[in-house]
Design a protein around this ligand. Structure first.
Ligand code: SF4
Ligand code: SF4
Length: 503
């Protein structure tokens, strides 16, 4: 057992109001510079929708993430080392500016410098790439609130199954929810494995994936390999850039900017301990529907004395162990199992997890003439929700609707129980028992999901610079070997930290 710690995030999608504050504050902090005008390290998509860049989830087309070869070995979809080298100068699997969008500014100067005339002057859009007048026809947030859905949303790659006929875009038959996205800081990052220069690396001490700007040669293999399309090329420097998980803040024990400013207070940050020796095996799990469980199996219980001893041996400091025991992420992902990873079938073992959205389920019960206190009526409503289970399953469980239904039933039972408690109504705990929750679990989940304070949502221990050398010496190797046996440069020493994420 080789214990490592990872700073991870959970988002509760029921509470996202799609205000984009997270995206804007992230942009102001990290990408408000020439060359990355089009880049949003954090973006918020409306689902259903094609996303940003367009149809990024279509891996048949973009070749992102990992797949299993005929012998069950993990291989990058973008091909082995030979294929990547052959396409160094002409990579066919890169999104173009049309797939992202052409960033524009407005000719504000014209408003004050136009000569006097009969018409009011206007500020026309100008391309930030060419400086020429531009037509605004797409954007990172074009589909916000289902804008243009009848025309575009049918192209959402998640709507490929026969069940997709259930999804309608006519007024009063639609559903939508917001999906905030950032780099997943994966346990098995395809971007790191694809980089020919060793510029991308995963920090051994906290799992944050960064780009070393001095090593990056601009080959862009990472852009192709990332199935979430969360590596961007800076057109001014020609180098790759990506979400840094706000590492200077995290090192100081502070939450990321997107978390700190989230209006819905739906983000949680905390540590997960994991067994690095089990990562490669989990990522190579044969059936994609078993990947969620395989990834959960990689996580370790920080309260287990054996795990704690192994963690100490790995050089994980005592206050980090304590933080791992108080981690809201561990509670939501491992203990209560209500958070799910985005597209586990990409096999990168993503570390930003989501509590799936529950459409107004109690209304659905009463609307169908049911009893809100009858578990059978309440759970039956889960299968009739406005957001089809199949759609959520495509996003979070590689198509396994039973797992999504199980999570939604837990949330439904919790809601029904707490509602009765709040109204002082009598009743038993049948709904809770049916989903194997105790009243104590329900109280704890309610506290976490509904009323958690700042200190409960963000449990981020400060970095230990005095341990940098020990951590670097401990492990400078990767839990995942590339198919060619080449070591993926994962787990770089802390000493690279200061130069690591330089944007
Ligand atoms: S989500 Fe982040 S860590 Fe994972 S492959 Fe993409 S860029 Fe790399
Ligand atoms: S700030 Fe929070 S509520 Fe607003 S869009 Fe971002 S994640 Fe959603």
């Amino acid at each position: 057992m080789r214990v490592l710690a990872q700073v991870a995030m959970v988002m509760n999608l029921d509470k996202c109001i799609g205000c984009h504050t997270c995206s804007v504050t992230c942009k102001q902090t990290w990408t408000n510079r020439p060359g990355v005008e089009y880049a949003w390290f954090n973006n918020v998509e409306t689902k259903p929708g094609v996303g940003y860049p367009r149809r990024y989830e279509d891996q048949e087309h973009w070749k992102g993430g990992w797949a299993l070869d005929g012998r069950g070995r993990l291989v990058l979809r973008s091909g082995g080392r030979a294929r990547r080298l052959l396409s160094l100068f002409a990579n066919p699997d890169l999104p173009s500016v049309e797939d992202y969008y052409e960033p524009v500014t407005y000719d504000y100067d014209h408003l004050v410098s136009a000569p006097a005339g009969p018409d009011l002057p206007v500020a026309r859009p100008r391309s930030l790439l060419t400086g020429r007048p531009a037509a605004v026809t797409w954007g990172a947030n074009w589909e916000d609130g289902l804008g243009g859905a009848p025309e575009h949303a049918g192209d959402d790659p998640n709507l490929s199954g026969s069940w997709a006929e259930k999804v309608r875009f006519e007024f009063e038959q639609t559903f939508l929810f917001h999906l905030p996205r950032l780099c997943e800081h994966c346990l098995n990052p395809a971007c790191v494995a694809a980089c020919p220069s060793g510029a991308l690396y995963k920090r051994v001490e906290d799992g944050i994936v960064l780009v070393d700007q001095d090593r990056c040669r601009g080959w862009r293999m990472c852009v192709t390999a990332c199935p979430y399309k969360k590596v961007y090329v800076n057109h001014a420097t020609g180098k790759a850039e990506k979400c840094t998980f706000c590492f200077p803040r995290v090192e100081a024990g502070r939450p990321t900017v997107c978390s700190e400013t989230c209006v819905g207070r739906l983000r949680y940050l905390g540590l997960l301990l994991y067994d690095a020796d089990r990562v490669a095996g989990a990522a190579a799990t044969p059936d994609a529907r078993d990947l969620l469980e395989a990834q959960r199996d990689v996580f370790l219980d920080p309260r287990d004395p054996e795990v704690a001893a192994a963690a100490r041996e790995s050089g994980i400091p005592e206050d980090w162990l304590d933080a791992a025991r108080r981690s809201p992420v561990h509670d939501l992902v491992v203990r209560h199992r209500i958070a799910l990873p985005l597209h586990p079938e990409y096999r990168t073992l993503p570390m930003v997890w989501y509590v799936p959205p529950l459409s107004p389920v109690l209304d659905a019960v009463t609307g169908a003439g049911g009893d809100q206190d009858d578990p059978d009526h309440v759970f039956a409503a889960v299968t009739r929700l406005r957001i089809p289970l199949e759609y959520l399953a495509e996003l979070f469980t590689a198509g396994d609707t039973d797992v999504v239904a199980g999570v939604l039933m837990k949330l439904t039972a919790l809601r029904s129980y707490m509602r009765r408690r709040a109204l002082g109504e009598p009743g038993d705990d049948a709904a809770l028992k049916a989903v194997r929750l105790t009243p104590g679990d329900a109280e704890e989940l309610h506290r976490l999901l509904a009323v958690a304070k700042y200190a409960d949502r963000y449990v981020v221990p400060a970095a230990h610079r005095e341990d940098a050398a020990a951590l670097g010496a401990l492990e400078n190797r990767c839990p995942v070997e590339s198919p060619a046996g080449r070591r993926v440069p994962l787990g770089m020493p802390t000493l690279r930290r200061s130069g690591g994420g330089r944007p």
